[in-house]
Design a protein around this ligand. Sequence first.
Ligand code: HEC
Length: 393
Amino acid sequence: MDWNLPPEALNALLSLLHEAHMGLRALWHALGLSTEVHGQPAWPFAQRLAGERLVQEAGHARRVVLALLSGLTVVLLWGLSWHWRRARAVLWGLTALLLLLTPWPEARLLLAPAVNTSLHQSPSQFTADGIVRGQALYQQHCLRCHGSDGRGEGPDAPHLPMWPPNFSGALLWKRLEGELFWRVRHGLHNRHGQATMPGFASSLNDTQIWELLDFLQAQAAGQTLKESGVWQSPIRLPNASVRCRQGHHSTLRHLTGQRLRIVLTDGTAPTVAEDPRLVTVLVGPSNDALAQADPECHSHSTQMTEALALVLGVPTPEVVGYQLMVDRQGWLRARGKPGQAAWSENDLVCRSNTTAATAPTSASPSSDGLESLIRRMDAEPVRLLRGGFPHGS
Ligand code: HEC
């Protein structure tokens, strides 16, 4: 059998398994069988389901689905055999046949070793302030090995028993964030028990570790965009305070649900016209010219400028003139370069998981580039996976 699960079925399976995980953790906690660690209920087992395997190995995912279906059918047949005593021999025969013929998934692929923070979710909210604090901590504690761009080529790296990994690319998203948290706290060891990376439990508190992880992801996103021209994993718009013409001083997270266009400015009056299809948010220093222009929304957080420079993969001084498009769910989807005349579908640098393989349809020259970009952004929502499991909304 060589068919592949349709992406929707795989997504549904992963959501189901994720819910099962979370439900089990909540149940154990409610029954008083597990305690709270680092502010969240502990995962009580030494193993967890391995979502990452399901994403990587199509044959394995197929077997898991068939095993689930077969398990359900066995329960049904067993129930029927109690009701329908005369046919019991036949039903039990069918059950045995089904058990024999089911291509059971390998247990080795089904489970992965777990720690008590495996299912922990970051409480840090991906704020611009946190990312910038994480950057300072990175420079202090991690850069010597992991390097200034996170590629693993820091000054101390050549003297280590093994090279640190390259964070640009998918690595950080292949892991559960609770396990990354645990690894930074406790360090890493190779098969012989030799430390490959030191733990930071005694020098960094929980908040600092979560903020470091936010920084690592912002940096990895920017490096990936710089290298390959796309964000492989969806990246959220960093949060910061914002002032909008309508409404009070608030945060960007409060604007979730609307499409946003982020315009990085150096304080000169904006040249982009407002557009009814989206909310225009200027990011940059405030001054008289900008105040006069009375922009729709404005964030003058310098941390926001720095965080956006990181996710764009450009040095902060060069960030002026870039634009970003954010979808209604708060994901960064499209990038416009400085001086670019108009938007087109090619600016969509974070594409839907299910349509990643399809080439961008070339927009007909007469059509409105922004309109087709918005249409695609709306029609092809993205999902964040961590360790294979769906994450956040
Ligand atoms: C002494 C050098 C060194 C320092 C300092 C260091 N690391 Fe590492 N780090 C490594 C090495 C080597 C690996 C790969 C280890 C392995 O796979 O066994 C690694 C791996 C990692 C990983 C990947 C873990 C995974 O799941 O594969 C993360 C995340 C990480 N480091 C974060 C950090 C952070 C954050 C800091 C600073 C607080 C830091 N490291 C400081 C050497 C270092």
